[in-house]
Design a protein around this ligand. Structure first.
Ligand SMILES: Nc1ncnc2c1ncn2[C@@H]1O[C@H](COP(=O)(O)OP(=O)(O)OP(=O)(O)O)[C@@H](O)[C@H]1O
Ligand SMILES: [Mg+2]
Length: 296
């Protein structure tokens, strides 16, 4: 039996500012480990597993070598949540996707949170092509984002909207130097919103694939679409158009075997997640991984 993940105890005295960006309640606090780094404590929405979904997603990203924000399970005033360590250093600035899209794609509305059908892969690629000068840096940035889209498809993350990715930039010798920020905010994944009775039904009727197929992501395929494409379908289509970046991203999943998935999920303590939710999260990743590896 592997040890459960440690739980970070967030103390009142370390609390800094609240974070206005995003839809959930959260606040920045000082790192209990003593470093001069802020962490972001996030409350899960009621009756969801957003906290364990964040932790499992970060551990899965780690296993497949995709740059990600560190996440720990955390408790504040007896409330279970998650906390993520800031990846933005003092000298850096995080520019979110919506800002970038508004700078580089004509007519893009950065304030439109819902039904933002201009948040397409084509427009995201256009941003990258304009932000980065050289062929090699454009390709590196697209490869990184392709890895995030593949991760989303693996864990069923439906929330990759325009404030859930970005570019980190800093001044170096009077010039801006930028790179795609580590992936963050994976709370909306792994069936975290389902009731156990629904999970049981989907599992016993072998319908995990139906659940995955119905998931609406926050990236649109075309600007005329009524809703976002499922994260799995996004990768299915993208690999045909951009195999140079999506195939290497997909191949990273070969590092993830069933045993490592089970181990990652089993380390969530028993009073944080139900056994049914564990079984469902494992089944969802097994299904998605199979679908994704068939594309390679
Ligand atoms: N590890 C991190 N390091 C630096 N900044 C972060 C980190 N995690 C989140 N942020 C910043 O905080 C913002 C809000 O965090 P996050 O997206 O996790 O919250 P949320 O409420 O779940 O958002 P959403 O509305 O997308 O569900 C992000 O858009 C990002 O700017
Ligand atoms: Mg967010």
């Amino acid at each position: 039996m592997t040890d459960p993940y440690p739980i970070l105890a967030v103390e009142q005295k370390g609390i800094g500012t609240t974070e206005e960006m995003g839809s959930k309640s959260k606040f920045w606090h000082f790192n209990p480990e003593g470093e001069e780094v802020y962490w972001l404590f996030k409350y899960p929405r009621n009756n969801t597993g957003e906290h364990w979904a964040e932790k499992i997603a970060a551990e899965v990203a780690n296993q497949v070598n995709v740059p990600h924000a560190r996440v720990e399970l955390a408790v504040f005033e007896d409330i279970k949540g998650s906390s993520t360590k800031s990846f933005v250093s003092d000298r850096q600035e995080l520019i979110h996707g919506n800002q970038l899209l508004s700078w580089y794609v004509s007519g893009y509305d950065p304030e439109q949170e819902y039904d933002q059908s201009s948040h397409t892969l084509t427009n995201i690629w256009s941003v990258i092509d304009q932000v980065f000068k050289h062929h090699k840096s454009k390709k590196t940035a697209k490869l990184r984002l392709a890895e995030y889209f593949v991760l989303d498809a693996l864990i069923g993350n439906t929330d990759r909207h325009h404030e859930n990715w970005g570019i980190l930039r800093q001044r170096v010798d009077n010039r801006w130097k930028g790179f795609v920020a580590p992936t963050f905010d994976h709370a909306s994944s792994l069936g975290r919103e389902l009731r156990d009775s629904r999970r049981d039904a989907l599992l016993s009727q072998n319908r995990v694939g139906d659940y995955v197929g119905r998931g609406r992501g926050a990236v649109y395929w075309t600007e005329d679409d009524q809703h976002g494409i499922s994260p799995l379908e996004l990768v299915r289509r993208a690999v045909l158009l951009y195999p140079d970046v999506f195939l290497p991203a997909l191949r990273k999943l070969e590092k993830l075997n069933d045993e490592s998935v089970k181990k990652i999920v089993s380390q969530i303590p028993g009073d944080w997640i139900s056994e049914t939710a564990r079984t469902f999260a494992i089944a969802l990743m097994r299904y998605n991984k199979k679908q994704l590896l068939e594309l390679t």
